[in-house]
Ligand binder design. Structure first.
Ligand code: ZN
Length: 462
């Protein structure tokens, strides 16, 4: 009997891990970090006795909440290969070592300031350990069936979320019976400027559907209009704009939008700093993987430098990064991490939050317990790296820039099923979002959707 266990992203947005078993073979889909609240993060430290018996790992995309536990998984005894497409492998080559570096940095910082729950403060894994896992990656096709074993075959479909992101169609064969499970992965946006839109779902017996925004839609006003308005407003009062942005996708999208606005004369030309070595490296992959690009971007890319990499200040070194502190005239600082959980953006926030002339633009999902969520919720004091910083800067929530489908885009995606899956499990959403989406699905004829529970095991062949 083929079965599946939800080892993460069940009742939460982060920590994606789904263990599929058939014929005593074990395949893990995604291996993400839990991020956000202390309670969630604590799960990253829990041992996983199953790890040594898992044969293979396959990835939907490179985001850390889908891949960031890999070094720990290997430390727990996983010995098999890791399958992904080339773009995802390349992005992991940047994201995982960086995650290890940040784990070490946080541990060192916590040790110095004495706020760690571990004594002495420990990293979950090191940069070197993360680097070692990269040798386990094996490329599979972006479009064709890939046979892992007699039990498991997989095929990827564009998810439109970040470079390389895929929904995974998995054919499981056991005792002569075939079951198709579709893992939505993270569904992206329709008609985004850089990436292809999500592909319609394929027929499946069982569906795991993400529900990050299952309870709400993004604002429908144009991201170009709002960005132009904010930039002009802040420049007029002589302020600086700080944009905490994910190094992957958000940074490139914001670069693209700012470039298009400046080219159209809708914003003044002002210094833009991309202050994240990782985002700079990722930008190269965005310029390279043309197969992922939407028609609009492809057209722009033919005539110009579509991300304006030649005019933006790409600051790699920490000396260059610190020098941005001396810039007192209007400028835009794009820096990671996107939920203000770590990275150089924390230093820019400490620097710029106490001045009402400035603005902070939040451009994506802010998970519970993160610095970004605190700013979104309107805290008056921002607690970071053991410091308390007054929040006087304007906080602008720009959900149009989300990389995740909003509720109606999720509905659009699931409307692509000619026949509803026999069973749907809702994952990758905070409970209120998953429950709201469950209501929508179960109101549709033929749908049977349940909210997945953490560590729950379900029978796939029933
Ligand atoms: Zn993602």
């Amino acid at each position: 009997m083929a079965k599946l266990t939800f080892l993460g992203a069940a009742g939460s947005v982060t920590g994606s891990k789904y263990l599929v078993e058939a014929n005593s073979k074990r395949l893990m889909v995604d291996c993400g970090l839990f991020q956000g609240t202390q309670e969630l993060k604590q799960r990253n430290w829990a041992p996983m006795p199953e790890a040594a018996s898992v044969n293979w790992l396959v990835l939907t995309h490179a985001h850390l909440d889908h891949t960031g536990w890999i070094p720990r998984f290997i430390k727990q005894g996983f010995k098999g290969p890791i399958f992904s497409n080339a773009a995802t492998r390349e992005l992991c080559g940047i994201l995982l070592p960086d995650s290890g570096y940040l784990q070490e940095e946080d541990a060192n910082h916590a040790q110095k300031k004495g706020y760690s729950s571990h004594k002495p403060a420990l990293p979950l894994y090191t940069e070197a350990e993360a680097q070692e896992c990269l040798a386990r990656f094996v490329d599979n096709s972006r479009t064709d069936w890939f046979s892992i074993s007699p039990e498991f075959s997989i095929r990827q479909h564009d998810a439109g979320h970040i470079l390389g992101s895929a929904s995974l169609e998995m054919a499981i064969t056991e005792g002569g019976k075939k079951t198709v499970v579709l893992f939505s992965g993270d569904i992206g946006r329709y008609g985004g400027p850089i990436l292809n839109s999500p592909a319609p779902p394929v027929a499946a017996d069982v569906l795991l559907c993400e529900t990050t925004y299952g309870d709400r839609d993004h604002p429908s006003d144009s991201p170009y209009d709002e960005m132009a308005e904010v930039v002009n407003r802040v420049v007029k009062r002589g302020g600086v704009i700080v944009i905490p942005a994910f190094a992957v996708d958000r940074t490139q999208l914001i670069m693209y939008v700012l470039h298009m606005l400046a080219a159209a004369g809708r914003i003044p030309s002002l210094p833009i700093y991309v202050d994240s070595p990782m985002a700079i490296n990722v930008t190269d992959f965005y310029l390279k993987h043309r197969e992922e690009n939407s028609a609009e971007y492809a057209k722009e890319a033919l005539t110009e430098d579509p991300l304006a990499v030649h005019t933006v200040h790409m600051t790699r070194t920490s000396t260059e990064s610190k020098a941005i502190n001396d810039v007192k005239t209007p400028c835009i600082i794009i820096s990671a991490s996107g939920m203000a959980t770590g990275g150089r953006v924390l230093h820019h926030l400490v620097q710029r939050l106490p001045d009402a002339k400035n603005a902070v633009l939040l451009c994506g999902f802010q998970a519970e317990g993160t610095g970004g969520r605190a700013l979104e919720d309107g805290v008056k004091t921002f607690h970071v790296m053991g410091q308390s910083v007054p929040v006087l800067a304007e906080i602008v929530d720009m959900k149009q820039f989300s990389a995740h489908a909003g509720q109606s885009e999720l509905v659009r995606w699931i409307s692509g099923f000619a026949v509803p899956p026999r069973q749907t499990y809702l994952v990758h959403g905070e409970p209120v979002a998953a429950l709201a989406f469950q209501k929508i699905l179960n109101a549709r004829p033929g749908w049977k959707a349940d909210v997945a529970q953490y560590r729950q095991t379900v029978d796939l062949s029933a």
